[in-house]
Design a binder for this molecule. Structure first.
Ligand code: 5GP
Length: 185
């Protein structure tokens, strides 16, 4: 990784709003560079074609064998992974990863200086409402809620910062303030 670039890991349970938050962060600050993940999950109805690099199992596995991921995991039956960043395209910007907890842990192990911001939902009810709102089927909603129950205590214990996403714009303000203070350290 480029020594002067920060690695900012945004993690937290499904339905907490991580995707919206990181989109707003990179819109607000051109010094942030958002990594695009690979996944074997099917694209959701209405999901942007460039939300991920949508791929199949064999292609994902062959990239694993080639050492082409900074981190990867299996999440509820699909692969997700961060391609090893091309440091030349970073050109001094700070790298932002929006990933689940297992991946966040892997990145922290490899890069102890990475800044892990763990985002929590204001309540389980609100998280469920958000998951349903994006069209996840019932079984997926329940699986994600169960996973959140298990992962939140772990996430909070390894995070450098914990933010509750109650009001989106104040969450983004808080995260920008965290990033600015990490830059000046
Ligand atoms: P979704 O299917 O809702 O888009 O994503 C499921 C989970 O995978 C989310 O928590 C999301 O943050 C996480 N995720 C997305 N990309 C990656 C990645 O490259 N690596 C890891 N470890 N998790 C990812």
């Amino acid at each position: 990784m480029v020594p002067e670039s920060l690695v900012i890991v945004v993690s937290g349970p499904g339905g907490v709003g991580k995707g919206t938050i990181v989109d707003l962060l990179v819109e607000r600050d051109p010094r942030l560079w958002l990594s695009r993940s690979w996944t074997t999950r099917e694209r959701r109805d209405g999901e942007a074609a460039d939300a991920y690099i949508f791929t199949d199992g064999p292609s994902f596995e062959s990239r694993i064998s080639d050492g082409g991921f900074l981190e990867w995991t299996e999440f509820l039956g699909n692969y997700y992974g961060t391609p090893t960043p091309d440091t030349s395209s970073l050109s001094g910007r700070d790298l932002v990863l929006e990933i689940e907890l297992d991946g966040a842990r892997q990145v922290k192990e490899q890069h102890p200086d990475a800044v892990l911001i763990f985002v929590l939902p204001p309540s389980r009810e609100e998280q469920e409402r958000r998951l349903r709102g994006r069209g996840d089927p019932n079984d997926k909603v329940f699986a994600r809620l169960r996973k959140a129950e298990m992962e939140e205590p772990v996430g909070m214990s390894i995070a450098d910062h914990v933010v509750v996403n109650d009001d989106l714009s104040s969450t983004v303000d808080q995260m920008m303030a965290i990033i600015e203070s990490e830059r000046s350290r």
